[in-house]
Design a protein around this ligand. Sequence first.
Ligand code: 3H9
Length: 719
Amino acid sequence: MARYTRARGSLALITLTHPPVNALSAAVRRGLVESVTRALEDEQVKAVVFCGENGIFCGGADIKEFSGSMLGPSLVPMIHNIERGDKPMVAAIEGVALGGGLELALGCHYRIAHTKARLGLPEVTLGLLPAAGGTQRLPRLIGLHAAMELITTGRHVSAREALRLGIVDQVTEGGTVEAAMELALSVIGQPLNLRRLSLRDPVWTPDVEAVCDAALALVKRRSRGAMAPVACVQSVRAAAMLPYSKGIEREKQLMGTIFESGQARAMQYAFFAQRNAGKWSLPNGAQWNNTKPRDVQRAGVIGLGTMGRGIAVSLIKAGIPVVALEMDAKQLELGKNAVTGILQRDAQRRGISPPLDLLTFTLSFHQLRDVDLVIEAVFEDMNLKKRVFSDLSKVLRVDALICTNTSGLNIDELAAVIDRPPLVVGMHFFAPAHVMKLLEVVYGTRSSPEAVATVMALGKRIGKVCVAVGNCPGFVGNRMLKHYLDQSVFLLEEGATPEEVDQALEEFGFAMGIFKVADLSGLDVGWRVRKASGLIGPDVDPVKPSRWRLGRRYCPLPDMLCQQGRLGQKTGRGWYVYESPGSKEAKSNPEIRNFLEDYRHKYGIEPRHITSQEVIERCALALANEGFRILEDGIVASPEDIDMIYLFGYGWPRHRGGPMFYASQVGLSVVLKKLEHYHRLHPDVPSLEPSRLLRRLVAVGSPPIQQWRTHLSNLRSHL
Ligand code: 3H9
């Protein structure tokens, strides 16, 4: 699907027509080949302009085709043919030129972009490399350093940056196609060889090896265990060392090795899962995602601690005026300085003025009387939140939404203290809230579809990946995390060290092992939660703590560390030691080895060697097992939702797709056998007992992840 028209007497205009993003499907490629042939054969045509319908040039290859057999003409010869054409070819870039879309434009002799356009080669984020000549042409156009950075990160650049880098020849604020036609007419008859990037020499520089080595080290550190970034470096390296014809062979060969990999499948799954998050209908007919969200023109934020500050910044950055309230003048001043500071630094980085006029700071609840929605972000304490809710209900407009930022408190209990439960929705932000992408949108038994739709839309507007989740202790992310944390400390009891567990998890792909994360967030965070839930109390002997609570295995090691004042980075000692309190570099803690030895000795535990395979199996499969239970309880709509929560909120490595996708890749029957095995060995750990849904899925032949939802026997929803 490419439309061929004639314009301005001597021009051919080829328009890509495949909504919504004009992806290069087989039909589009076929249309392009036919149109280019026609333009080259028509003697009256002196130059050709390429553009995309609906103000979008092209979103790249059609990712949906990657999972099937790819038919139709290939991109590489098609783009080569365009570049070789003896008439000037001009790309008119509006909206986006990404992946194969930019590669198509790089095959053209000239490129012009609208100021609002974005360009990039994001293939690496799909587990691939730009294999339609992108790794060979881009370095020849903008140099090794810049191309390496863009290709290994997949970063999109603005039209202005593209102009500065030399990716485009011109930027326009007006009609891009018109400007491209002007440009095309002005270059008719000019020699084209200098504009054909594939004819350029390799981009060799004396520091090629150093640049490539540094890039390799960087991608290995940044995306542990991911193959695509490494392949990108190798392919760009070829552009520096080899002539184009050899470089393009290398590009093809590297693409061949990663295209069918589980990693590429995982990342493409994640791409679609991200877009599907939250798209679902409820069995009772109420469909919040078919419900029109309300417009939020003004919002309130209660509490300017770490979370409230981040939330206020996110809202302001999206252009939403905020009334921010604190309980006392000192806290208000601190919060005000922090919020304005973040906004000022951000504005400075982006070369704009900070939107401080959108902020109102107050100590008075009455200032909230006009807001459309309020997010309370006070300390995680049910009684305190209930008091705030009740104060809010006295001053807010009767139709204003009341949201609570909580990581696990019961939304229904909170909603019950006011006279308008349908307007109450939970918003579980992740710290720092202006940086982390995930938002769990928690609906209670009585939340109205309109309220949920409004919060989902607001979340999207402030740049979050929103997942609608039901109300249960810990919601989705933290409910699953508990089992992952449990396994990690059980492994310490059984013989592992924090370093061994962390190393296994980091080799799996996590940016940081679980014990480093615990030190970073502070061990007292979980301690407080355990105390509040009654797991630790006056009846628990601190000298000889019990390894069982409520009839199940319980590891008191983290509590014991807290009792000793080892709270992690902030005290300079935790599972690791740090140079000084607040320092970030984790070093092995010899005291911990002795501490673990004493502990095992006291409880008569014979330490054993624990392999990294066992670490991954116990931690990741316990996590996925709880995910199956969450699905069965109807807390989320699909395994994709769970995976998005783990990818965007908990640092699960993207090239592993998410815990549920990982389980599907390992194979459900293997997962079942492993869990049965570990549960036999640890019968006092109920979370290792295979869930009913997992057993049912295995019994029906382990269907693909997209079909799991049809096997849920108990899909429950209150909307
Ligand atoms: C490639 O090019 C390989 C080549 O180098 C070499 C090959 C040999 N294909 O994100 P949105 C769908 S790899 C198929 O919500 P936005 C998307 O699923 C490709 N479908 O909109 C969604 O469908 P639905 C490299 C695609 O405005 C709808 O379009 N390119 C594709 O927020 C709207 O998407 C990329 O990695 C596609 N390529 O953002 C770019 N792209 O409505 C990937 C989108 O059913 N795309 N869809 O849910 C993006 O980054 C964003 O979609 C884009 C628009 C920025 C374009």
